[in-house]
Design a protein around this ligand. Structure first.
Ligand code: DP6
Length: 369
């Protein structure tokens, strides 16, 4: 199946060039938690693509004379050279090389920066892997002598997945599904597909205010976290439940049923944490303020008749999701009642977005046919 991503013979050789892309983060509504190698998900997931939280990556490539000695990479994060990130990039290159066979032919200078503060506790692997993947797929597009419009977004998602599973949901907008699912034609374990056209329009301008309850380092890396599902007592039930939740959520999102949306999204977030609470070893990643925020939000929803809901990643921060037509009242409530629970009052206003975008195309210097 992955053979479809092995390229045909490159048409031109390029001695030097640069590409630059920005890819956003995403927030899962149906959670990916549990995987087989390499980032083959144990259940399908669905996410909102975000826009404000993003990674911008540029890749400068120059032809190498000596190709015998592995990869040649310099990596800079926010302007500073970071040797410590190289092992992760090498692993990513090893996985991607069968599909991007030019990776040993060039020296790469990769420069990456986030649009959100590094210390915010917001996971950046999805946006950073997505940005890097699309840069390489764009370089390959040039080697295949294809026009800009022919860039293969599906391949970029496939390559991003080899770096981090959730990254494959950060290429396209505004709602992306990843993982084989009976009710979704075209769904695949290998890459994400946009589900936007099936959704009621209320979901195409949704807001996500991210409350930074705890800016600390993640207590559980996602690799360890996914591993906890291996011999988890509830694993099979959970994987089946995700399929059912996805079908129900798709129904709610195509008709614009906000009550059902709220119920399912919150149930998914709590199930993710329930899995961590009941794994061996177990993890309690919510903080007292996470629970306070959830309690306050739910009682505001009841008294106001509005539809904000929460979701969580594998951490203490809370994402508050709400539709554009409720923005004023919900945002006021967040500012007045919830921001006090955030570490140093930190929060990020984000909303659904369109996926990766090209920042610049620096013309390649030499084209040899
Ligand atoms: C809780 O994509 O970070 O955010 O594939 O090991 O890189 P790896 O894991 P990662 O896992 C994300 C888990 C989650 C839920 C989700 O985004 O679906």
């Amino acid at each position: 199946m992955s053979e479809q991503f092995i390229p045909e013979k490159y048409k031109v050789s390029i001695s030097e060039g640069s590409v630059c892309w920005q890819a956003p983060s995403n927030i899962a509504l149906i959670k990916y938690w549990g995987k087989k190698e390499i980032q083959i998900p144990r259940n399908p997931s669905l996410s909102f693509t975000l826009s404000a939280c993003a990674t911008r990556t540029s890749v400068h490539f120059s032809e190498r004379k000596d190709r015998s000695s592995g990869y040649s990479i310099d990596f800079y994060f926010e302007g500073a050279k970071k040797e410590e990130f190289l092992p992760k990039i090498h692993t990513f290159f090893d996985r991607a090389e069968p599909y991007l066979p030019f990776l040993k032919s060039y020296h790469f200078e990769i420069r990456s920066e986030n649009t959100f503060p590094h210390s915010s506790g917001i996971a950046s692997s999805a946006s950073s892997m997505a940005a890097m993947a699309i840069c390489f797929v764009d370089i390959e597009r040039q080697l295949l002598e294809l026009p800009d419009e022919a860039l293969d977004l599906k391949k970029a998602s496939f390559i991003a997945r080899l770096g981090s599973g959730s990254a494959c949901r950060s290429l396209d907008g505004k709602i992306v599904e990843w993982g084989r699912h009976e009710d979704t034609p075209g769904s695949s374990d290998l890459y994400g597909i946009s589900w936007e056209l099936n959704a009621h329009e209320i979901f195409t301008s949704y807001h996500d205010t991210i409350l930074l309850i705890d800016k600390g380092e993640k207590q559980v890396s996602s690799t360890v976290g996914h591993g906890l599902m291996e011999d988890h007592a509830y694993a099979e039930k959970r994987f089946n439940q995700a399929h059912d939740h996805l079908s129900q959520l798709q129904q709610a999102m195509s008709t614009g049923d906000l009550d059902q949306f709220v119920t399912l999204v919150e149930l998914e977030a709590l199930t993710l944490h329930a899995m961590m609470l009941t794994s061996k070893p177990s993890f309690i990643l919510m903080k007292p303020n996470t629970l306070e925020v959830i309690r306050k939000l739910q009682s505001f929803r009841e008294s106001s008749g509005l539809h904000p809901c929460f979701t969580l990643d594998a951490g203490a921060n809370v994402h508050i999701l709400y539709p554009e037509n409720e923005r004023e009242q919900v945002y006021q409530f967040i500012k007045n009642e919830l921001v006090d629970y955030c570490e140093n009052g930190g929060y990020i206003c984000d909303m659904v977005g369109d996926g990766a975008k090209k920042i610049s195309a620096v013309a390649s210097k030499t084209l040899v046919k």
